[in-house]
Design a protein around this ligand. Structure first.
Ligand SMILES: Cc1cc2nc3c(=O)[nH]c(=O)nc-3n(C[C@H](O)[C@H](O)[C@H](O)COP(=O)(O)OP(=O)(O)OC[C@H]3O[C@@H](n4cnc5c(N)ncnc54)[C@H](O)[C@@H]3O)c2cc1C
Length: 487
């Protein structure tokens, strides 16, 4: 998104005065945007939502290019708008009267963190992380709560804690933080959501990418060109200061390169143990920002219900509540890797395809499992959670699975960035700074040799597609200004 937005802007503004190439290491364009098909439905491997349609350039493109309608069923997630069924391990359906107070507590604690609400008695805790604040809020709530009767093997308190943990798991997915204790408390209120409804793209998110790429003449986008080394401040090649070295041994020189690889790839390419993407190495302030910022992993799992699965009401929007990983009350048939996942939801009302999101360690573990292990694990878990399914414990409830593998793919090494404890949004600004800067007199090296775009370089809209879009536009405009193509 960032690279093609920059290319689109540069080409439309100054096609005649620049020589432009987009190099992509993979075999397709779109990066973390990738629309696909699963069991006849249109689904998204990566970016799924336009987070706020008001003022979103992506919503505008989607509208202009007929992507807001579809004649094929797609992952519209309208099932998630209905009332969820909340089920606790052991087959206990929890009433809204039990779940809602904990859900409201979680929402109001998050609203407080985001600066949207005030909570008396819970201010100035000196919390460093979102996780520690949330746990303090839960403890304060439970202290005032009367003990209640137990449900099966659950005490009232352990069940309340587990419902709270389910909300924490959902929050981990939003942020991609492995653990909320690694998510910086102060940075959360600086994050900006675009206003308006959040929607999925009926015609497929990749359509937005295709639209951006469509202005570029054939040959501008070169696939399969994985950059292994970016040599800058170089005097060796055709008078141009930057040389890209590709994995197939070829090279290309340039006056300017906009680097849009993910923060995960930047981390791998600048760590002392890893390979060195930049020669010379990046200055320590930039390398420090890259290493401090958080970059997590989120994966999606799509499961198709097998023909033998019959339920007249369709599969519910199922919220899953588990005993914690260290509890002796855990049912061994529910695999460990499912225990920090929070829901299973049809991708549209009455769809026979259901979706779950995974974050962190469990998301990475999922990448290594076989299809049969995933289908078996989910089948046993659904049997355990839903009393109506329990007589049917061993049958396979699903016959097809698709899981994404963003963590092990060397072109991404994760999903999206967040502000980790120990970093701040200033690190995103540092990451966005071009090298070398202007100044230093006549003997100074040519400025703007390497520029940085990509979601992780946008300090208020990081982690999103529109953040990536804005960052690509920012760097294209920086170059156009440099050449006096715009004011
Ligand atoms: C599972 C998942 C769900 C998401 N859901 C949402 C959502 O609902 N809404 C939302 O707004 N955002 C979502 N996102 C985040 C969103 O997809 C990203 O923020 C955005 O697409 C990032 O765009 P980018 O241009 O910064 O980076 P990328 O899309 O990562 O582009 C970088 C490009 O560089 C290429 N590359 C990497 N290394 C090299 C190399 N060495 N040489 C050459 N090329 C290389 C990659 O192949 C890639 O094409 C989601 C992401 C994931 C993974």
């Amino acid at each position: 998104m960032a690279g093609l937005t920059a290319a689109n802007k540069l080409y439309t503004a100054a096609a005649s005065s620049l020589e432009l190439t987009v190099v992509e290491g993979g075999s397709r364009i779109g990066g973390r945007i990738s629309t696909a098909e699963f069991s006849g439905d249109r689904i998204e491997h990566g970016a799924t939502w336009i987070h706020g349609i008001e003022g979103s350039p992506l919503y505008e493109i989607a509208g202009d290019t007929n992507l807001l309608i579809s004649d094929q069923p797609w992952e519209c997630m309208d099932g998630a708008l209905g009332d969820p069924v909340t089920a606790a391990e052991g087959g206990h359906l929890l009433s809204p009267a039990f779940v809602d107070p904990i859900s409201r507590l979680f929402t109001s604690l998050m609203d407080f963190i985001l600066g949207k609400a005030d909570i008396q008695c819970l201010v100035n805790g000196g919390d460093l992380s979102v996780g520690s604040f949330l746990r303090r809020g839960l403890a304060a709530y439970l202290e005032k709560e009367k003990k209640g009767i137990s449900v099966g093997r659950w005490s009232k308190r352990s069940l309340q804690k587990a419902v709270f943990a389910m909300h924490e798991s959902i929050q981990r997915t939003y942020t991609s933080a492995t653990d909320l204790s690694s998510l910086d408390y102060n940075a959360e209120k600086d994050y900006v959501l675009l206003p308006g409804e959040e929607i999925t793209v009926a015609g497929g998110y990749s359509g937005i990418i295709d639209h951006l790429a469509s202005v570029l003449p054939d040959g501008v986008i070169q696939l399969g060109r994985k950059v292994e080394k970016i040599e800058w401040a170089s005097s060796s090649c055709e008078g141009r200061p930057v040389v890209l070295h590709f994995s197939n041994g070829t090279a290309m020189s340039a006056d300017h390169v906009i680097v849009t690889v993910s923060l995960g790839v930047l981390k791998a390419g600048t760590s002392s143990e890893g390979w060195n993407l930049f020669h010379p190495s990046l200055p320590s302030c930039k390398a420090g920002a890259i290493s401090r910022l958080g970059y997590g992993l989120v994966n999606k799992v799509f499961l198709h219900l097998s023909p033998s699965y019959r339920d007249n009401d369709g599969f519910p929007f199922l919220q899953m509540v588990f005993h914690p990983s260290d509890s002796e009350l855990r049912n061994p048939k529910v695999p460990q890797w499912i225990r920090r996942t929070s829901f299973l939801c049809p991708i549209y009302s009455n769809s026979r395809t259901v979706l779950s999101w995974f974050t962190g360690q469990e998301a990475l573990e999922l990448e290594k499992l076989t299809d049969d292990e995933i289908i078996g694990g989910f089948s046993r878990t659904v049997s355990n959670l839903l009393p109506s399914q329990q007589h049917n414990e061993i049958s396979q409830k699903f016959d097809e699975v698709l899981r994404t593998q963003w963590g092990s793919n060397p072109l991404f090494l994760g999903s999206y960035s967040y502000v980790a404890v120990g970093s701040s949004i200033d690190d995103m600004d540092t990451l966005a700074e071009p090298l070398p800067k202007y100044g230093g007199g006549d003997s100074a090296p040519p400025p703007l040799q390497i520029l940085f775009a990509g979601e992780a370089t946008h300090k208020t809209h990081y982690s999103t597609t529109h953040g990536a879009y804005f960052s690509g536009l920012r760097e294209a405009n920086r170059l156009l200004k440099h050449y006096n193509c715009i004011n």
